[in-house]
Design a protein around this ligand. Structure first.
Ligand SMILES: Nc1ncnc2c1ncn2[C@@H]1O[C@H](COP(=O)(O)OP(=O)(O)OP(=O)(O)O)[C@@H](O)[C@H]1O
Ligand SMILES: [Mg+2]
Length: 339
């Protein structure tokens, strides 16, 4: 359901703000993460067109997204991949950790980049690799190394900086300019970070100063990541860290309505196909958001609650061709079917 116009505009001039505007159409809130990602991707593009003019070599800045479950990490990167100007591939750390043949899997990842670049190796070497659920690679004390995600961290280390990987018998893939974006929920990291807060509880007056202080205080430090279970070299290769935040009730309500492919839009479309107009009141979204907020799985529970509410409607409508409109005013009232 992409709007070709906005997409074309975004493609014409992919400045950080243009990238963010595109992300805004699909992802609610998470402004910090959007900005960080947009700048990272923009800088990556800029490097592409750059000839070697000086001795200053611009080193890439891989990005790590950290945030609670269901707050938009995967969604952000999926959305980003749709306007990426370079080959973009996604891998899941959980499945990498389960594989016996990690190096083969990583080679396959690079092959997929090459595939997306239609065989153009130079283009593939400037691609973006998104590795999701990276926190699942944490090493646990006492665990056998072979069985743990640490093995995968070591394998990834190599390609995250500069490596020449042999693909088949003829081609070598240089990973120097591949941008890596990693994401994970890092459950428990907040306790580690809180314990290591460097700035204490200094109180500042003005709102802006307070915000800056809070931002510094919540900054995840590489040492926190080691404590969590990432090996130092691995954490060190992810210099840019962006935090995603818990979604507020208000944001949860917006998520059901505002994104281009929001739940509300999807069900409206579905019922429109049956010749029925669906009208759900603001109050309903507020009530669902309230409930979902308590479940503490971010936006993930919204769909289930919304669908459950619509179930009687979805059941009856196909048998009742006279129904033209369905109105729902409250989550705790029967939907009214209007002929
Ligand atoms: N900020 C958001 N804006 C719009 N929709 C969102 C947002 N966050 C989550 N969602 C919705 O919730 C679903 C789950 O989000 P997503 O997969 O991005 O979570 P995640 O942060 O990757 O969580 P996990 O750590 O469990 O993988 C998405 O498919 C999307 O529908
Ligand atoms: Mg995810």
């Amino acid at each position: 359901m992409d709007d070709p116009n906005s997409r074309r505009a975004a493609e014409r001039k992919l400045t950080p703000s243009a990238i963010t505007s595109y992300l805004n159409q699909y992802v609610v809130g998470q402004d910090d993460a959007k900005k960080t990602l947009s700048v990272a991707v923009y800088s990556h593009y800029r490097k592409l067109g750059r000839q070697k003019q000086s001795d200053v070599e611009i080193v890439k800045s891989n990005v790590l997204l950290i945030g609670p479950t269901g707050t938009g990490k995967t969604l952000l990167c999926e959305t980003l991949s749709r306007i990426a100007r370079v080959p973009f591939v996604t891998a899941n750390a959980t499945s990498l950790a389960q594989s016996k043949y990690v190096n083969e899997e990583i080679e396959a990842l690079l092959l997929r980049l090459l595939d997306k670049a239609e065989g153009d190796i130079a283009k593939a070497q400037h691609g973006i690799v998104f590795i999701d659920e990276i926190d699942k690679l944490k090493s646990t004390e006492g665990e056998q190394r072979e069985a743990s995600g640490e093995r995968v961290q070591h394998a990834l280390l190599k390609i995250m900086e500069s490596a020449s990987v042999k693909l088949g018998s003829t081609q070598t893939f240089d990973t120097t300019n591949v941008l890596f974006i990693c994401a994970g929920a890092f459950v428990g990291l907040e306790n580690i970070t809180a314990k290591n807060q460097a700035f204490g509880f200094i109180s500042v007056g003005a709102g802006e100063d307070q915000r800056i202080l809070e931002r510094l205080n919540t900054r995840v430090k590489p040492t926190d990541l080691f404590k969590f279970g990432l090996i130092p070299e691995f954490a060190g290769r992810l210099p840019i860290i962006a935090n995603l935040h818990n979604l507020s009730k208000e944001q949860l309500a917006r998520i059901m309505v505002e994104p281009r492919n929001s739940i509300y839009n999807q069900f409206r479309e579905m019922l429109r196909d049956e010749g029925v107009e669906l009208e759900v009141g603001q109050e309903v979204f507020r009530q669902i958001a309230e409930m979902a907020f308590e479940y503490k799985v971010g936006a993930r529970s919204l769909r289930g609650i919304f669908e459950e509410m619509l179930m009687p409607v979805l059941y009856q409508v196909p048998d009742r061709p006279e129904v033209r409109k369905v109105v729902i005013k409250s989550l705790f009232e029967e939907p009214s079917l209007v002929s």
